[in-house]
Design a protein around this ligand. Structure first.
Ligand code: ADP
Ligand code: MG
Length: 492
């Protein structure tokens, strides 16, 4: 529906899609933002709530320094400007799962201003999306309306957990770009360890702001789709919303600025409420909290703990190991996979490191990931040792076994956990690289098929494969293919 310039074709002409995302990322921290309550997911309702979280009068918030460090790390990882002074405000609204009647957030002075991330699109294209800001705020509790016919249930375990709200500029132009943005953001946050990125558990949620305009015109009125908790749903919600707005605008109608919800069962968005403006929230600085002051020293200390992030890792894999950009991006998407990959490369004893590294990448991406998917096994619980995978690849490189035999060895390795060397020995799979054995076999075959040999010599060169097949059959697939080709050519 969207063409490659990302414009949408309507009956009255072309439209440009404009998308800005607000992502709420739960900060990985054992304790909440302003209280010592635990944050673990899945605990029994209302077991991780203290007086402060429950909004009891007279309780005072105390900032959790670790959560602030996590936000600093995130700001650095997303290339933002860290503000040495930021301020906590009260955002006032009434809702049953917000016992204080206000959420502590940052409004006028967030901890991070600006920043950017490079999203990965098809055909190795990338696009830089700028960030407006990152601020710290509290999460609200959770209401459940479908457990009782006339009552709602409130669980305050989530109330007061630290969130980072990461706000993008309205720079995305298609659902694909928005999905790529969330994927990349999630990957970076996981690398940083500042948010676990588990969208199914609600620790990463996206609000999508969407509008349409004629190319070159000012921004149109947007609708906001709240709390989308999967990348796929985000794509579906945006596609639906583009169509909905397109129909209204093409009919000469107007988009109402409102908050909508995506119903993933019906595959549509529906209106939730008209959109509040900032003044509706009566923001004011929280009198219980002093401004948040960061020292340059604190920031620099955190900078020294920054991990290598996916883009840098990808370039390094391409440069150091000669990987294709595609293979490199598959391997760096999850930090754990990238670490695993490099451990195997290090364990290889092959003298040609680049050759080994490339082969290991192929093996991981096709054989290992394939088997992992089939067996629903994660990279942290593979049934064989990293060293054994390295050895398997080394055995291919030094010619002990062919790539084809290696696949059989791999299956056995997976099933038994035995080392590839033992398996090759036990199963007698060692490749035949003794030229005299191969030569004898070839001579025998050429004697058995004088007609075919004559045909070949008269120009029927496609018969070469026929002879190779016979040699392999006689030697049970174990002959060194390079040697078979070489000797066969000579003899023919
Ligand atoms: P809020 O939604 O809290 O009122 P903002 O007005 O700052 O906050 O906008 C939030 C998000 O909406 C940002 O990601 C911004 O890029 C995006 N946005 C703003 N205007 C538009 C628009 N006309 N179309 C699409 N996205 C927009
Ligand atoms: Mg918003």
């Amino acid at each position: 529906m969207t063409d490659n310039t990302n414009l949408v074709k309507g009956n009255t002409g072309l439209w440009e899609v404009v998308i800005g995302l607000e992502v709420h990322a739960q900060v990985s921290s054992k304790a909440k933002l302003f209280s010592g309550s635990a944050t673990e997911f899945g605990a029994d309702p209302n077991t991780q709530v203290n007086f402060l979280d429950a909004g009891m009068p007279g309780m005072l918030p105390v900032i959790n320094g670790y959560c602030v460090d996590q936000a600093i790390k995130t700001g650095l990882g997303l290339n933002g400007i860290l503000n040495l002074v930021s301020v906590f405000d009260r955002k006032n609204y009434f809702y049953a799962d917000l016992p204080t009647g206000y959420q502590i957030s940052q409004f006028t002075r967030p901890i991070v201003t600006g920043g950017y991330l490079d999203i990965d699109l098809e055909d190795e294209k990338t696009k830089r999306v700028n960030l407006t800001r990152i601020h710290i705020e509290q999460d609200a509790g959770k209401s459940t309306h479908d457990l009782h016919p006339s009552l709602s249930y409130i669980d305050l375990n989530r109330a007061g957990i630290a969130l980072m709200e990461i706000v993008s500029e309205p720079e995305m132009r298609s659902s694909q770009e928005a999905m790529a943005y969330v994927k990349k953001l999630r990957s970076i946050l996981r690398y940083l360890g500042s948010c676990d990125g588990n969208m199914e558990q609600g620790s990463l949620r996206a609000d999508a702001n969407i509008s349409l305009r004629r190319p070159g015109e000012p921004l149109g009125t947007r609708a906001e789709i709240k709390n989308v908790n999967s990348v796929r749903f985000l794509g579906q919600a945006i596609e639906y919303e583009i169509q909905r707005q397109l129909e209204i605008l093409e009919d000469g109608g107007e988009i109402i600025q409102e908050t909508r919800l995506f119903d993933h069962i019906k595959g549509e968005t529906r209106s939730m409420r008209s959109k509040e403006d900032a003044h509706d929230y009566r923001y004011f600085p929280d009198p219980d909290l002093k401004p948040l002051i960061l020292t340059q020293e604190r920031i620099e200390k955190i900078r020294t703990t920054m991990p290598e992030l996916p883009d840098d890792k990808k370039s390094r894999f391409i440069n150091d190991y000669g990987l294709s950009p595609y293979d490199a991006s598959v391997l760096v998407a999850e930090q754990e996979t990238a670490f695993y990959y490099e451990d195997v490369v290090k364990a290889s004893t092959s003298t040609d490191k680049r050759q080994a590294a490339k082969l290991i990448a192929n093996w991981l991406i096709s054989e290992v990931f394939g088997a992992m998917n089939k067996q629903s096994v994660s990279i942290s619980s593979l049934p064989f040792k990293k060293n054994d995978l390295a050895t398997l690849v080394d055995l291919i490189i030094d010619g002990t076994i062919s790539g084809k035999i290696a696949k059989d060895v791999f299956i056995k390795m997976w099933e038994t956990g035995k080392s590839p060397k033992d398996l090759v020995k036990d199963l007698g799979l060692q490749q035949i690289s003794d030229p005299s054995i191969i030569e004898k076999t070839i001579e025998q075959i050429l004697n058995d098929y004088p007609d075919k040999v004559a045909d070949y010599r008269e120009g029927k060169v496609q018969l070469f494969g026929f002879f190779v097949g016979l040699v392999m059959k006689v030697l049970q697939g174990k002959a060194n293919p390079g040697l078979v080709n070489e000797i066969l050519k000579k003899k023919l």
